[in-house]
Every structure is written in C-alpha cells, then in structure tokens.
Design a protein around this ligand. Structure first.
Ligand code: MN
Length: 227
C-alpha cells in the first residue's frame, strides 16, 4: 500500500532509562479532579462522576517552549500528573486499573480560558480551548517499575519563581485506578494512551516571557518558557 501523501508522524515521548520511545495513541484529560480547583472554577466540589475531554496526540511538546497561541488573551496553566498506559481494554475493574499503567509524567494542560468560558456559556465543545497546537508541554515518561504508582506527593507550579499552584496527589477526587475504570467504560483504551488527571487550585494566566516550573513529587520536573 502507498499513501497519497506522506502520513503524519507518530507522536512519542522518551522513557527514562530506556532507548525506546513511548508511542502516543490518544490523550484523555479529566476535568475538575481537585475539589479546590472545582470551587475556583465556580462548581460544586462534591464527588460527581468524572468527566473527560481530549487533546490531540500531536499537541504534546517535550518541555522547553510554549508558544503563546492565537485567538486568545487569557491562557492558563494547569499542572497535572499524566498516566501512561501499556495495556488497554474496556470495562476495566478498579482493582485492575493500575495493572494497565506503564508509567507517569508531568504535564501542563494549557488552556485558552476565554475560549473555554465562551464554549461553556453556549454549551459548545472544548476543543478550541484545550486541543490547540503545543497545548500539552510534558516530560519524559518515568516507568512505574522505577517509581511505583504515586498516590500522594506534592504537585506544584511556579511562574517566574513564584508559587501559583500547590496541591497533593492525595487530593485527587478520582484516583488513577478509578479514572481508568470510568474511562474504559466510555472508550476502548489501548497501549499508548495518556491520561491527564486534573489540576489543583491556583490556575492563572501566563504571558510571553514567563518561565513556568512544574513538579510532581517522585515523578519529575517540567520547565517551560512562554515564547
Ligand atoms: Mn486540566
């Protein structure tokens, strides 16, 4: 078989301690997974079923630089723990969820907040707010064989050295295994899928020239310049 034109490349991420790359299939994101962030966005923090949206795999960018995107005046940082799957399936039980995890990374769910607010108001989808070019700066993937499955530990983001977001993974309303269970009831998961697990309170705007530094204890650090 030949293609009418060259196919797009397969997005992939380095894996700590390995020469092979992690080929990315889909990027799922969890909304409002930390109570204080739900409150700051004007929602009830009670435990409702998780909801999901997606970014495009080719929106991932390995650290370094985040180009300020078009069509917005209010781009926000959201620091998140990212789960990388090595196994897929449907209707995965919670107690088997972590068996599907290859490893973890630190990611930013960069968001055009003004476009998201407009979409929410009109009941429209979120892609223009969430799934734009280079909207997902991310680190290498750290295998669970090296670090286990982090369920607690600080998750932070500083802008120009000033702490903006500070939370703990233990504050996640829906835990990693529960997220996998829910998501696999909605989609057929597969090796190569990433899940961004939501952000703690303290989201806010970035400007060109800002230096963002994110970290998840036990997983890694992500340094990004807004250009
Ligand atoms: Mn997010």
């Amino acid at each position: 078989m030949t293609y009418a034109f060259p196919p797009a490349w397969i997005p992939s991420l380095p894996i700590r301690g390995a020469s092979d790359e992690f080929p990315v299939r889909r990027v799922y994101c969890v909304g409002r997974n930390y109570a204080e962030h739900a409150v700051e966005m004007g929602h009830d923090p009670d435990k409702e079923p998780p909801f999901f949206f997606q970014k495009n795999p080719d929106n991932l960018v390995l650290g370094a630089e985040f180009p300020y995107p078009s069509a917005t005046k209010d781009v926000h940082h959201e620091i998140e723990l990212v789960v990388a799957l090595s196994r897929g399936g449907t209707d995965i039980p919670v107690d088997a969820g972590l068996d599907h995890v290859f490893g973890y990374a630190v990611g930013l769910d960069m968001t055009r907040r003004d476009l998201q607010a407009g979409a929410k108001k009109l009941g429209r989808p979120w892609e223009i707010a969430k799934a734009f070019e280079k909207s997902a700066p991310i680190t290498e993937i750290v295998p669970a064989t090296a670090i286990g499955h982090p369920a607690s530990g600080a998750i932070t983001l500083s802008v120009n050295g000033e702490l903006r977001q500070a939370g703990d993974l233990s504050q996640m309303i829906w835990k990693t295994a529960e997220i996998i269970a829910h998501l696999s009831g909605l989609f057929e998961l597969a090796p190569g899928d990433l899940i961004m697990t939501g952000t703690p309170a303290g989201v806010g705007p970035v400007a060109r020239g800002d230096r963002l530094e994110g970290s998840v204890e036990g997983v890694g650090r992500l340094a990004v310049a807004v250009v």
